[in-house]
Ligand binder design. Sequence first.
Ligand code: SF4
Length: 102
Amino acid sequence: MKHTHPHVIPRRQALRKLALTAGTAAALPLAALLANSRTFAAETSGKASKAAVKYQDHPDGASFCANCANFIPGPTSDSLGTCLVVAGTISPKGWCLAYAAG
Ligand code: SF4
C-alpha cells in the first residue's frame, strides 16, 4: 500500500486547483471591466454629447434634424425625437456638426 502524507496534495489535483484559481483571477477583472463598460455605455448611450457636436435647436439653413439620416422621429412630425449618434432628445428642427443629408 502506498503511504501518503495527509497534507500532501497529489500533483494533478494541485495543478487543477492552480488552473482554476488562475482562471478565476483572470475572469474577475474581465467581468468587472465588462460591467464597467456596460455602465459607461448605458450612461453615455455610446453617443456623442450635444456639446461635442455643437447641437443647436434650430436649423442650419436647409439642414435640420428631420431631414438628417441619423434622426429617429418622435410620435408626430413636431415632437422631439432621438438621434443615432447624439445623446438625448432631439428637436426635428435642430442641427449639429454630425448632420448627414438623408
Ligand atoms: S446627427 Fe445632428 S443633425 Fe442629424 S439628427 Fe442627430 S442631432 Fe440632428
